[in-house]
Design a protein. Sequence first.
Lengths: 591, 617
Amino acid sequence: MPIEGRDVLRRAITGQWKQSAGGAVLAASHQTGEALVPVVVGVVIDQAISGGDGRALVTWIAVLALVFAVLSSSYRFSARAAEKAAELAAHELRLALTGRVLEHRAGAETGRLPGELVSIATSDAKRVGAVNVALASGVAALAGLLAGGVALLMVSVPLGLLVLLGVPPLLALAHLLGRPLERRSGAEQERAARASGVAADLIAGLRVLKGIGAERAAVDRYRVTSRDALAATVRAAKAQAWHDGGMLILTGVFIAVVALVGGRLAAQGDISVGGLVAAVGLAQFLLTPLSILAWANGEFAQGRASAARIASVLSSPPAVAGGEGDLPADVRGGLALKGVSYGVLREVSVEVAPGELLGVVTTDPSAAIALLKVLGRAADPESGVVELDGVSLSSIEPGQVRRAIVVAEHDADLFEGTLLENVSAAAAAASAEPGTAVTAGPGWEVSAGSGSDVAALRAMATAGRAMAAAAADQVAAALPYGMDTPLTERGLSLSGGQRQRVALARALAAAPPVLVLHDPTTAVDAATEARIAKGIRTAREGRTTIMVVTSPALLAGADRVIFMDGDGRITHGTHAELVHDHETYRATVLT
Amino acid sequence: MTAKGNEHVTVKGGDEGVTAETNEHATATRRGPMTSEERELLPTATAAQTRAAVWRLARPHGLAALGGFAVLVVATGIGLLTAPVLGHIIDLVTRGRPAEAITEPVVWLVAIAVGYGVATAIGVSLVARLGEGMLATLRERFVDTALGLPLDQVERAGSGDLTARVTSDVAVITNAVRDALPALARSVLTIALTLVGMAVLDWRFLLVALLAVPIQAHTLRWYVRRAVPLYASQRVAVGVQQQLLLGTVGGAATVRAFRLADRHVSMVGTGSRAAVDLAVAGVRLVTRFYGRLNLAEWVGLSAVLVTGFLLVRGGGVTIGTAGAAALYFHSLFTPVNIALGLVDDAQAAAAGLARLVGVVDAAAAPAPPPASGSPAVDVRVSDVRYAYRSGHPVLRGVSLDIAAKEKVALVGASGAGKTTLAKLIAGIHAPDSGSITVDSGSVTVGGGDRKVALLTQEVHVFTGPLADDLRLAKPEADDEELVAALDLVGALAWARALPEGLETVVGESGHRLTAAQAQQLALARLVLADPPVVVLDEATAEAGSAGARALEASAAAAMEGRTALVVAHRLTQAASADRVVLLEEGRVAETGTHDELVRAGDRYAALWEAWSGHREG
C-alpha cells in the first residue's frame, strides 16, 4: 500500500506522542499564565493601590510571583519537549528516507536530483517534525484564548464579548491586508536572494574565470545583479514596513475602542478601575495567541506539503521488482547474456568463463552504461536473461546479486572518511557477513573468519594489496597523512586521477567473484595506467573480471576482448588481433 | 613523490545541488585535507578596521541615516504616548468624570495609533534602504576584491575559506541587516524611550524599574558565553549532516554496488543524531535564558507596583499614573526579550563583517582581461625551479622554449611537475628561480598584461542562460559570435537542442550539463576570449574514454592558431602535437616530435608502447 502524506504526518506526531502531548499541556499552562499577568496587575491596582492596603499588596505580589514561576517553568519544559519531539521526528524521517534511497532495489532517485533528495531529507523532514511544535503552540494558544476570554467575561460580559468577538475579524482583516503584500514581498525576497547565489557561483568558478581573464566581466555582471536585487529588496522591505505599520494602526485603534467601551463602563461604575486596566492588558495580550494560531495553521499547511513530498519518496516504485532468490551455494563466476535487450542493447549474447579477464569495447557509450546496469541488476533486461552460473539474475534478490557481482562505475563516488576507510569499507562489508564463502584465487580469500578481529585484519591486508594494484599507494604517499588522510566533499579534494585510483582500489579490495570495471583510468597518466593494467591482472587472478573500457593499455592485458560496434555486431579476439584485423576497433581504441 | 605539486587540490564549491539555504552549513566542513599549519587563511579585519569600513560605507548616506533614525525616534515616542493616555482615562474614571469625558482621550489614542503606524513604516523603510544599500555596496566590493585576489593566495587559504565568506558570512550579515538590526534598533529605542516615559511619570518609577537590569545583564553575559560556541558547533554539526547526506544520496549507486547501505544509514544516523542533540541543547539554553529574564520581569514589575502603592499612599502620584507605570513596564517585556535575544545574532554578524572587511581591505583590483586577437607570441622558460614546500622541489631547473603558434604536449608520470609548470606559465605561481617570459615580457603573478589563458579539468558552469555564461569571456559578443564559437568546438548541436537553445538556464539551479558538455563550454569560452597563448591542463580527462576523443577534437579546434601547451594524459594528444616534452622528476627528460621520440626508443617510446598496448610491436 502506498504511503501517503497524512501517514507521514501522523507518524511524526504519534511517534513522539509523549514529548508532543507533554509539550502541548505545558504550553497551555504557559499561555494561561501569560493571560493572568495583566489580570493580577489589575487586581493589585484595585485591591492594594486604590485602597492603600499593604497586606493585599504583599499577597498579590506573591500571587504574581507564583504566576511567573508557573508560566516560566511551563514555558521552559514545554519548549524543550516540543522541540525535542520535532527534532526526533525529523531525525527518524531522515533515516527512513536514507534507508529508502539506499535500498537494494533502488528507484527513489528516479527523476530526482541528489540535491532535491537531500533537501527533502533536511528541510522537508524538519518541516514535518516542526508540526510537533505547531501542535503544542496551537493548543497553548487555544488555552490562552480561553483563559483570557474567561478573565475578560468575569471583568465584564459586554467588554469580554467585544474583545472576544472583535479580535478574530481584526486578525482576518490584517491577514487580508497582508496577503498581497506578503506575496509580492516573497517574490521580491527571492529575487534578492539570487544576488548571494550569483556571488557564490562566481567564487566557485574563480579558477575558471581567472583562467580566461574574465574577472572584470564577472564583476560587472555581479554589480548589475546586485543592484537589481537591491532595488527588489528595498521595495520588499518598504512593503513589509507599511504592512507592519498597518498592523500597528489596527491594534492601536482596537485598543482605543476597548478603552472607550471599558472607560465608559468604568465611568458608569459597571466595572472597577483595575478591571479596566486588566481589560486593556488582556485586549493586547489576546492578539498573541490568535496570531500564534494563524502561524500554527501555516506551519501545518507547510508540514502537509512536506509530508506529501516525503511520502512520494518513501513509496517510489523499485527500479527492479521481483526475484527473492539466493545466490548459488558456491559462486564460480561464470556469466552468460542470452539474447539481452535493454536500452540500446539489442539481442546481445555473450559468455564469460569463470576466472576470465575480459575486455569489452563499445562504440556507443550508452551501450556500455546499459550493459553495466543489467550486469549489476540495477535494471532487469526488457527481454532475454543474464545468468550467473546458470541462474537468472532476475530471480536473485538484488542485494544478493551484488555480493557476487560488483559493478564499479566510471563516476563512482568516494565518501567521507579516511582514504583507508574508503578502500576497505567494501572489503569489510563483504567479510563481516557470516557463512559467506566468497571463494576465489590464491591469497585473496575474504571468507568469513572465526572472529571479527581476524576479518578486520584481513580486510586491512586486502586493502593494502588493492591499493598497490590500483597505484593508489602513490596517492596515499602524496597526501599529508597517507592512508589516514580524511577525504572531504566526496573525495573532491583529490584530483580526478587520484580519485579514480582510490575508487579502483576499493573495487579490487571488495574482491567479489565477478568484478565489472568501467573506464577506471581515464584521468590517469600513461605510465601509471600501464602499472595498473598489470595490477588488475594480478589482483583478479582466478576470478572473473570484465573491463568495459577503450584504453589500449588495459585491453592489451585482457584474456579476450569483445567489441560491440554501432550496429550491435559483436566481434571477439585478443586486443592485438582486433587491432590488426578490425578497422572500426582500431579507430575506436587507438585514436 | 614530491609534495602536492603533482595533483592539484581542487575544492569545488556548491556544485552538488545544494540549496542556498544548505550551502551556508555545507561550507563549514568544506576543507581540503591540508592541515591548518599549511593554510594561510585570508585576512580578518580588526574591530577598529571593521568600524572604519562600516563608517566609510555609511558616510555617503549620512543624511538618510540621520533622517531614518530621527523618524524612528519620533515613531517610538508617539507609540509610547499610549500608556499615559490610558493612565489619563483611568484618572478620569477615578475622579468620577462622566462617561462622555472618555471620548476625547480615545480620539487621542486613535490619532496616536495612526501616527505611530505611519511614522514606523517610514522610519523602517528609510533604515532598510540605508542598510540594504550598504550591504549591497559591501558585497559588490567583496566580490570585486575576491575575484582580484591572486590565485596563489586563494589556493594557500583553500578556496573553501573564500566560499564560506561569500555564502555564510554574507548570509549572516544579510539576515542581521534585514531582520535583526531593525528589530534591535526599534527595541532599544522603545526601551530607552519607555524608561524616559517612566521617569517623566515619576523618577522613582525609573529607579525601581532599573532593579531588573543587573539580572538582565548577568543573564545576557551568561547566555552569550554559552550560546556563541554552542551555535558554532551546531552549525558545524548541521554542515556535517548535510555533507553526509549529500555524499550518501549522491553516491547511492556506489553505496548499493558495494553494499554499504547499513554503514551509510548508521553514518547518517550518527551525524543526524549529533545535530539533533545540539539543537536540543540549544533549546535548553534558550529556555534557561528566558527563564532568567522572567525573573527580571517579576522583580521589575513587583517593584513598580510596590512603588506605585507607596507613592499613591503618600499622595505623590495618582492611581492612573501608577497604572500607567505598570502598563509601561509590562509593555517592556517584549522589546527587552527581542533585544537581548538578538545580541548573539549581532555578534555573529560582527564576526562575519570582520571576515568580509578583511578581504575587502586587502584590496587588489582585478587585472584587466588578457590581450586577445592572437598575434604571434612565444614563450620562453629558462632554468625554472619551484617548490611548494622548501626541501621538496617540484621543478628542478626546467628550460623550454615554445615558438609562436607552436603546439607542445607535456607528458610524464604523476608527480613529474606537469601541472606545476603549467601554472607557472599561466602566472599563477612565481618561479623560485629562473625566468618565464611571454612575448619577451616576463610573467608576473596576478599581473596586468596577461596573454596566457589556462584551462584545467576543473569545470564550472555559471548559473544563468548559456549565452550569459559564454559572454563572461567576451561581454560584447553578439549571438553570431557565440554560435560560431560553439560550432568551432562541436558544441552547437547540443546547445541548439537545449529546451530554450542558448537562452536555456544552465548550471547549479538550471539545466545540468554533462562533464563533457561543460568542458566544451569552457573551450568555447576560450575561443571567445581569444588569447594568444593557451595552457590546457588535462582539460579532457574527466569525460570518460568515449567522450575524451570528441573533446580532444574540440580542444584542437580551440587551440588552432595559438601558442599552446597541453598537459596530456592520453598520448594521442601528444602524437598530434608539434612537439612532445617529457618531464621526469621536475626536469625535461626528452624533447622532440612524437615520431622522433618513438624512434629513439627511450622513455617516451616505452610510455607510448604501454599506452597503445603493443601496437605495431
